[in-house]
Design a protein around this ligand. Structure first.
Ligand code: HAM
Length: 424
């Protein structure tokens, strides 16, 4: 586990002037794209009855350790520190455990099903690259208290609609697998352990460690030697109990009927240990190695493991930073109306005009300095639709000069009619 104070990374002489490695300043255009995606996510999740929740950015470290010590996200990638009171805290690496904790802490386990939507920053100490950051934002949904496969279908269908609305669904494939129930997993784990024990010397160092702690994670290995061995390894599908098989079949049957295309990927396991039954990922090849845009699954034992009642859960999270890199988002163009006060008295009048127009929702900028030619150039640079000129003469006549900068036309209208003019 990484301690914030003991960073082993070399400090650059300018480190105090730069953002920390793996983090980004998200500037206006990107932020606007992210906001739009969030707006789309909020409106779709509302139609499914998911309610907003926000949990703290840091939690007691023990919360994440309860997720299973064989997960890299927990053991190698967390930012953990001691606060001034000596408590061990961890910046949340993901949102599911905090929301499950909140369900218990707030007594919401009495009021099921619980449907939650969240968006917020997560922190993982990973090697940064395109689409992979140490601080990133997840949009997620969690549905608690529905044991039946209908809940899995509901959240997958929601993800499918969300990606469609972002114009991404055609370039993204849905990979889905069943991690089955405990009985099937125990039998499969035993088969895997005996197979890999025979080939232990050919396993990567990481997978030797996984063999001890969580052999199923070997299925997820990217190591070439491991992948070679996996070709002959026992298949998960051979160890399905009837109940698990039926659960998964019901889901794929519904996906077929709904026309949601998927690929049954028997090697999909996921990087977190809390999953059972359904696991899925929406993956693209358009982002290099970081192709998973949205991922999730069922996690029936999690709430109990965190000290709550035995409540089932299923959900997903999407990386907002990754979605924003790819989504087909057109942002409305924001064009100002520019006020050009040409004398001191006009400046005061322009404060009032700006307030009136803004109250009606217009975007207004005022340009105070330079001769008229320079000010008009500035207005054009701001991509203004109109420039409003107000000088001594206009103040006396009570008429303001309006230049339509697109049509290059001029009109004079009474100050009192300004809002009506722009509204029409
Ligand atoms: P996850 O697969 O670890 O699952 O993360 C979900 C998504 O977060 C990924 O598919 C990816 O888009 C994004 N993501 C993960 N790490 C990074 C990173 N370093 N930089 C940028 N984006 C990243 C979970 O976190 C589970 N809690 C999902 C879930 C919810 N399962 C059930 N409910």
């Amino acid at each position: 586990m990484k301690t914030i104070h003991n960073s082993s990374e070399k400090e650059s002489p300018l480190s105090h002037l730069q953002q920390p490695r793996g983090t980004r300043d998200i500037l206006h255009k990107d932020k606007s794209r992210q906001n739009k995606i969030l707006e789309i996510a909020k409106s779709i999740t509302l139609t499914h009855g998911f309610q907003d929740i926000e949990t703290p950015i840091f939690e007691d470290t023990s919360l994440f350790y309860r997720l299973g010590e064989s997960s890299d996200i927990v053991t190698k990638e967390t930012y953990t520190f001691q606060d001034r009171g000596g408590h061990s805290l961890t910046l949340r690496p993901e949102g599911t455990a905090p929301v499950a904790r909140a369900l218990i802490s707030n007594g919401l386990t009495q009021n099921l099903p619980g449907k939650f939507f969240y968006c917020g920053p997560m922190f993982r100490y990973e090697r940064p690259q395109k689409g992979r950051y140490r601080q990133f934002t997840q949009i997620g949904v969690e549905l608690f208290g529905r044991d039946s496969y209908h809940a899995d279908i509901e959240v997958i269908q929601l993800a499918d609609t969300f990606l469609k609305d972002l114009g991404l669904r055609d370039s993204v494939s849905l990979e889905i697998n069943t991690l089955r129930d405990k009985e099937s997993r125990d039998a499969y784990r035993a088969a895997l352990v005996s197979y890999f024990n025979i080939h232990k010397n050919n396993l990567s160092e990481d997978s030797k460690r996984r063999l001890e702690k969580n052999p199923l994670r070997i299925l997820d290995s990217k190591d070439i030697k491991d992948r070679d061995l996996l070709k002959e390894a026992p298949l998960f599908s051979e160890y399905l109990t009837d109940a698990s098989k039926e659960f998964f079949n019901n889901i794929t049957k519904a996906l077929n009927i709904l026309g949601i295309q998927y690929n049954h990927n028997q090697q999909l396991v996921r990087g977190l240990d809390y999953y059972c039954h359904t696991a899925f990922e929406f993956v693209t090849t358009d982002l290099g190695a970081q192709g998973t845009l949205l991922a999730g699954g069922r996690y029936d034992g999690l709430v109990k493991n965190l000290g709550g009642p035995d409540i089932s859960g299923v959900g997903w999270a999407a990386g907002l930073d990754r979605l924003a890199l790819l989504a087909d988002i057109t942002l409305p163009e924001q064009r100002p109306i520019c006020l050009l006060p040409l004398c001191e008295k006009a400046e005061l009048e322009c404060y009032k005009i700006a307030t009136t127009l803004r109250a009606q929702g217009f975007y207004v900028e005022t340009i105070y300095t330079g001769n008229i030619g320079k000010r008009l150039k500035k207005a054009t640079k701001l991509n203004a639709s109109h420039a409003l000129l107000l000088g001594e003469n206009e103040l006396v006549s009570g008429q303001i000069q309006i230049k339509n900068l697109d049509a290059s036309t001029d009109v004079k209208i009474a100050l009192a009619d300004l809002t009506t003019y722009f509204k029409s």
